[in-house]
Design a protein around this ligand. Structure first.
Ligand code: URA
Length: 213
């Protein structure tokens, strides 16, 4: 597993305002959207392309175009939805599959409650959108779900990550013969006893969409 922390002043600027408890939901949604587009630029460095012949007004030439099958973008519901538009802005021809996962706040175990994904993901590059890599349970389950269906290249885009989550992910994915890359805006200090990232930004789903009981 490879972890890439994107070191860029604009990323740090947007992340600081996302973290701020004074930032309201509309501003949080806009900043998350913009931040994802910046992270997506780094995350798509290995996106597969194929040679593509064109004719410019001056001469024929060969460039590249996104290869087939097109990449699959997989937001993890609910909070990953807040990252979808920012990702699709950069990869408008990608396909989108949905994975609903919820964390039991007592056991911190992740379980799947919804999925809408192609059955056969052989040869597919997948971009998983999950804002908070906290305990790593949700992301590990999502990655296993995708690789069980044949995905052969996984990149997860996370606004924030915690060292404990990265360590668990590394352990759970040991022996997996598929390259996995984590792209994040920051590696924070630690998790607190409720499994929240510190200093973090709080509950990403609640900050995007409000508190639902
Ligand atoms: N999920 C969140 O939304 N925030 C955290 O800090 C950890 C998990």
């Amino acid at each position: 597993m490879r972890t890439h922390v994107v070191d860029h002043p604009l990323v740090a600027h947007k992340l600081t305002h996302l973290r701020d408890e004074k930032t309201d939901s509309p501003t949080f949604r806009r900043l998350a959207d913009e931040l994802v587009t910046l992270l997506a630029y780094e995350a798509t460095r290995d996106v597969r392309v194929a040679a593509y012949d064109i004719v410019t007004p001056v001469s024929p030439t060969t460039g590249v175009s996104l290869a087939n099958p097109k990449p699959l973008v997989v937001p993890i519901l609910r909070a990953g939805l807040g990252m979808l538009d920012g990702m699709m802005r950069l990869l408008p021809t990608a396909e989108v599959g949905f994975l609903g996962m919820i964390r039991n706040e007592e056991t911190l175990q992740a379980s799947t409650y919804a999925e809408r994904l192609p059955e056969d993901l052989r040869g597919r590059q997948c971009y998983v959108l999950d804002p908070m890599l906290a305990t790593g349970g949700t992301l590990a389950a999502a990655i296993k779900f995708l690789t069980d269906r044949g995905a052969d290249h996984i990149t997860a885009i996370c606004l924030l990550a915690a060292p404990e989550g990265c360590a668990r992910l590394e352990k759970e994915l040991e022996g997996l013969d598929v390259p996995v890359t984590i792209v994040t805006a920051a590696m924070d200090e630690r998790l607190n006893d409720k499994g929240y990232i510190v200093p973090g930004l709080g509950d990403a789903g609640d900050r995007l969409y409000g508190v639902v009981g």
